[in-house]
Design a protein around this ligand. Structure first.
Ligand code: TRP
Length: 326
């Protein structure tokens, strides 16, 4: 069975975009692949985080993964920072990465433009990501399009390392989901619905109340022509609502458009709100059962033990090949 590995940075609350663009895909993959799902908390501190909020969110995110339908019997869950081999391997990989190739990462360029105090960690972050992947011989990395370049960097580092020191790392492949991949912000449908956007005005959180969900969807930005059809460029708001509906109902965009043929925007929004509320209520019921139970610790302890063993072997092989230690 091929190994699939992915993580969602706990830098913000999980959103409807995380569900439709990422978690739902992982739920489908869990029957086809050996799946590793981890919380990349070391990645979150590349930008400023409140320690108390961060710690709570790590736990919340694991509970939400389970509540969204990721089965702990089919997936291995773990937290990056609890396994010391990630950061250790990252250092060795940093020493095998050129400044030139690291400097080409477009996400760093974008993020460092917006921030005044940019940490060194934000720059080396893709190399830590390469360590996350290469430690476990992962075959496939499902991520958003924004992470594709980072997976390519991981490939290049692995290929170079293998050439220099002998066959050590599996070469991973990015896996970009085609449908439902990008849910947009409800207030500005030209940009992605982001978990790192503090205001959350155009963002639906998986732990939002029903009232907030309805308010946000009824207030979604559309356009003035009051005709319902799919056109991302000219009707981004309406298209976004159609994408949300089609993803949650698991029907095609064409069938979704047909369903709303004779409706106005008010009806469209109300029906979208209904499906979102129904899905999120179901998630929250399960979440409430999980969050204060022992399940989270049991799942994470099991995952850590398994992944730590695997990582230890890989790391010791790397030390030997590079000539480190006794
Ligand atoms: N960089 C990813 C993000 O920002 C999170 C991540 C860290 C990741 N390490 C990874 C994703 C390894 C896939 C594989 O969303």
């Amino acid at each position: 069975m091929k190994k699939l590995l992915t993580g969602l940075k706990p830098s913000g609350e999980l959103t409807l975009g995380s569900l439709i663009g990422g978690i739902n895909q992982s739920v489908k993959y869990q029957d086809e692949y050996e799946s590793y799902i981890f919380v990349p908390d070391l990645h979150a501190i590349t930008v400023n985080q409140d320690p108390k909020v961060l710690k709570e969110r790590i736990r919340k995110n694991v509970a939400l993964y389970l509540a969204c339908g990721l089965d702990p019997k089919k997936n291995t869950f773990y937290i990056q920072s609890e396994n010391l081999y990630h950061a250790n391997l990252s250092w060795i990989l940093e020493c095998n990465t050129y400044m030139g190739e690291a400097s080409r990462m477009t996400q760093f360029k974008d993020k460092s433009k917006k921030n005044e105090n940019v940490s060194v960690g934000l720059f080396t972050y893709p190399i830590l990501m390469a360590a996350d992947i290469l430690l476990y011989d992962a075959d496939l990395i499902p991520t958003g399009i924004d992470q594709k370049q980072h997976v390519e960097l991981a490939r290049n580092i692995a290929i170079r390392f293998n050439n220099k020191y002998g066959d050590t790392f599996k070469i991973p492949e990015p896996m970009i989901p085609k449908v439902g991949a990008k849910i947009k912000d409800l207030k500005d449908p030209t940009k992605k619905m982001s978990k790192s956007d503090d205001s959350y005005k155009g963002t639906i959180l998986l732990l939002d109340s029903e009232e907030d969900i309805r308010k946000k969807i009824m207030g979604a930005v559309t356009d003035s022509d009051n005709k319902i059809y799919y056109d991302e460029d000219n009707k981004p708001g309406v298209s976004n609502l159609l994408t949300i509906y089609s993803s949650l109902k698991e029907i095609s965009i064409d069938d979704t458009v047909k369903h709303f043929e004779n409706s106005n925007y008010g009806t469209l929004k109300r029906e979208v709100a209904d499906v979102v509320v129904s899905r999120i209520k179901d998630i929250q019921t399960k979440y409430n059962e999980i969050i204060n139970s022992n399940i989270i610790d049991e799942v994470l302890d099991t995952g850590l033990k398994k992944m730590n063993e695997y990582a230890k072997n890989k790391y010791e092989e790397v030390l030997k090949k590079v000539g480190l230690g006794r």
